[in-house]
Ligand binder design. Structure first.
Ligand code: NAI
Length: 485
């Protein structure tokens, strides 16, 4: 049992960009009226900080406050598309090791229209790795790369968290979404880790789905899902699908749990298309606040607010995004007034929020990790080169002239497809080529072998742009085959 904290807890609050200030002000009014025992410290994050010339979008005061309070409650922040500043959200999640992003989604029929009934699912999204590592390069005039960074420890932490979350919250089933039929190594690692960790939780039903059919089923029959655990990018997409089909993307809240800090927010973004109009739904942020209050051990206030919100929704108090009769839609601030007016009431039709005395959401990062493979050997190297010719035979002839020592040229590929040796069925359309060299004896090669090979590329005026070692782990290949290899 948790002893209810009566002392006010300092919380760092950022009003955010776009609709952020409108929904934050409405939410803070509700928290104050409900007697949330928090001491807000307002800081600047995002666009305002960028305008002050702060490249990472986080002011010194904000860093100091977040480090001290360990709790950040934030409105959405705008991130420019296709260029410009990096996402402050991602910076926060990574800097403070917030490895788990938890997004509960449910439906509110018949009060909020949804094609689906009885949806009550929780998406547990990996938050620090995958393509969100933000490691990108343009290496040639024609091509660019994004690194999909995955680690065994990162995968295990999120998967253990998801199983623990399911166990503590009495959830019955976990679905893992991966694309390991194509990304056999990176997504394969996630899937294998899911199977491994899953053995420790035989009481929880487990399934792994390929992400494309998995998302299609979330969109079609969301009521069949309970807890979903997945990689960062898939988790981002599936949580927007789930919250949109529940009625509006403006309703779902989200918490980011980690080692040094916890962050609470709405699932949606800064909605620049409706910013400044006072019509945004503050419910997503309010649901983020409810998760925060539970996390802080203030389940009493959390359930009071949650129940007032449900009662208001049941009573037909709707913002424009969920109102069936748009003429009767409430403004952001009118909706907040209605929630305040319903404080102390409980919903009659919808399932009420429960006080969570044992703080089931506040779980530490799992410390345990399972090391399964021990022996690593380097048995070859892929050398990527920038070459604007089109004939693989011509390139093959040049690369064959490199002095390879213990290494032998195995094949050359373009965009993952083998083009040399042998006759390629299709034409190369880029200036980016991969030359795969392997140990002639099958034994481990040395760093010196690789240095000698690169020197030979330089002498032949072949412009190499990047290297990847080909490794085995307990004899198992740690690299993908070329298509057609
Ligand atoms: P968005 O979620 O801001 O908007 C998508 C659509 O949903 C828009 O039509 C918008 O009007 C509507 N919408 C969103 N929230 C609403 C609410 N509370 N009430 C009523 N309607 C709402 O997504 P979009 O347009 O892709 O992104 C806009 C910006 O937000 C981008 O800069 C993006 O990077 C950022 N973003 C920030 C997030 C965060 O701070 N955690 C999360 C997602 C996006």
């Amino acid at each position: 049992m948790t002893t209810k904290t009566q002392k006010k807890v300092p919380v760092t609050v950022a009003r955010g960009d776009g609709i952020g200030p409108e929904i934050m002000d409405a939410t803070m009014r509700i928290l104050e009226a409900a007697g949330a025992r928090i001491e807000p410290e307002y800081v600047t994050l995002g666009e305002e900080a960028f305008k002050q010339g702060i490249m990472n979008g986080v002011t010194d005061e904000a860093w100091e406050s977040i480090r001290r309070t360990g709790i950040l409650f934030k409105s959405p922040l705008t991130t420019p598309q296709g260029g410009g500043y990096k996402s402050v959200n991602v910076t926060m999640r990574k800097t403070f090791g917030m490895f788990a992003n938890v997004r509960p989604v449910r439906t509110f029929e018949p009060y909020v229209y949804s094609k689906h009934k009885g949806v009550d699912m929780v998406i547990v999204r990996e938050n620090e790795e995958d393509l969100y590592a933000g490691i990108e390069y343009r290496q040639t005039l024609n091509t660019c790369h994004s690194v999909k960074f995955m680690s065994r420890t990162g995968s295990e932490m999120i998967i253990r968290y998801a199983f623990e979350y399911a166990r503590v919250n009495g959830r019955k089933k976990i679905t893992c979404l991966v694309k390991d039929n194509i990304m056999k190594i990176s997504d394969g690692l996630f899937h294998k880790t899911f199977d491994l960790v899953g053995k420790e939780y035989p009481e929880i039903e487990q399934e792994a789905l390929i992400v494309d059919i998995g998302m299609a089923r979330v969109a079609d029959t969301p009521e069949n899902f309970d807890v979903v655990v997945t990689l960062n990018l898939y988790g981002d997409i599936v949580s927007d699908i789930a919250s949109q089909i529940s009625g509006s993307v403006g309703v779902a809240g989200s918490m980011n749990i980690g080692r040094g800090c916890a962050m609470f927010e709405a699932v949606h973004g800064s909605a620049p298309d409706i910013a400044g109009q006072g019509i945004a739904n503050p419910s997503g942020l309010l649901n983020g606040a409810i998760l925060m209050l539970e996390h802080l051990g203030q389940g009493d206030v959390a359930s009071n607010i949650g129940n007032a919100w449900l009662a208001a929704i049941e009573g037909g108090c709707h913002t424009g995004d969920i109102a069936e009769d748009k003429k009767k839609a409430l403004s952001t601030s009118e909706f907040a007034d209605k929630v305040i007016a319903h404080l102390g009431k409980k919903p009659k039709g919808l399932q009420a929020f429960k006080v969570t005395d044992d703080q089931p959401l506040k779980m530490p990062a799992p410390e345990k990790t399972t090391k399964t493979q021990r022996d690593k050997k380097i048995i070859g190297v892929d050398v990527f080169i920038d070459w604007d010719g089109t004939d693989p035979q011509e390139l093959g002839g040049r690369v064959e002239k490199t002095q390879t020592g213990h290494l032998g040229l195995l094949a050359i590929s373009s965009r993952g497809l083998k083009m040399y040796p042998g006759k390629a069925e299709t034409k190369a359309v880029t200036d980016h080529w991969r030359c795969r060299f392997k140990s002639k004896s099958g034994k481990e090669i040395s760093q010196r072998d690789i240095r000698d090979l690169l020197a030979s590329f330089d002498l032949l005026n072949l412009k190499w742009t990047k290297l990847e070692s080909l490794c085995t782990f307990d004899g198992e290949a740690g690299y993908s085959m070329m298509q057609g290899e």
